[in-house]
Design a binder for this molecule. Structure first.
Ligand code: TMP
Length: 209
């Protein structure tokens, strides 16, 4: 079970510039038109986002991890859990799988330590569906001039991150991951994501009935 709340927590993941924010915006509009209460949210946020993304800031990998984990604890307690309690559909741009992909596969930090701290930050609330927009980082980074501390990392770092995502998706005991080829037309990507979301919501209908 993902959590005990009536809402649904749908997570979007992927390398830099894989099109998550555009997809979330489009899905939010479609679902609101169908009268669902939708919350769009993202990690990292606020001041933490500026500290983490600004390329002029030097942070060790452990400091970086601590800021992501602290931000996640606040995000879950202040935004995600209250919305789940209300029965909302949450479309979340990045969370725990990013920490595993970037801080473990990318930076080489210990996986067990990350898993323990991450689960605590989420209060053991799990995602209902994880949509991975998969794209070759070489194409990805061409779409936009690299600006953030992460975008400016060497291409090998981004290959490790992508591999980290794909391994998480393959090692998916609960069948929560859906991998979409993000090099496809944006309209097709949106339809595939919507199909997975409707299937999840249909399950919820059955649980309520
Ligand atoms: P974005 O919101 O524009 O995708 O930027 C967020 C950046 O932060 C992105 O490069 C991925 C990185 N990140 C991590 O390294 N670890 C994390 O746990 C999260 C949530 C993001």
């Amino acid at each position: 079970m993902s959590h005990k709340y009536p809402g649904k927590l749908i997570l979007f993941e992927g390398c830099e510039g894989s099109g998550k924010s555009t997809l979330i915006k489009a899905l939010g509009e479609i679902l609101r038109e169908k009268d669902y209460n939708v919350v769009e949210t993202k990690e990292p946020n606020g001041l933490a986002r500026d500290i983490l993304l600004n390329p002029d800031h030097f942070l060790t990998p452990r400091e970086e991890l601590a800021i992501f984990i602290d931000g996640r604890a606040e995000h879950f307690s202040e935004t995600i859990i209250p919305a789940l309690l209300k029965g909302d559909i949450i479309l979340c741009d990045r969370s725990s799988p990013s920490t595993i992909a970037y801080q473990h596969y990318g930076r080489g930090l210990d996986l067990t330590d990350i898993l323990i701290r991450d689960a605590k930050a989420r209060q053991n609330v799990n995602f209902d569906l994880i949509i991975l927009l998969d794209i070759n980082p070489e194409i990805d980074l061409e779409r936009k001039k690299p600006e953030t501390r992460f975008e400016l990392e060497a291409i090998n770092f981004h290959h490790c991150v992508r591999n980290g995502y794909l391994e998480q998706a393959e090692n998916d005991p609960d069948g929560k991951w859906m991998v979409i080829d993000a090099s496809k037309d944006a309209g097709i990507v949106c339809l595939e994501a919507l199909d997975a979301i409707y299937k999840l919501l249909a399950k919820r209908g059955k649980e309520i009935a």
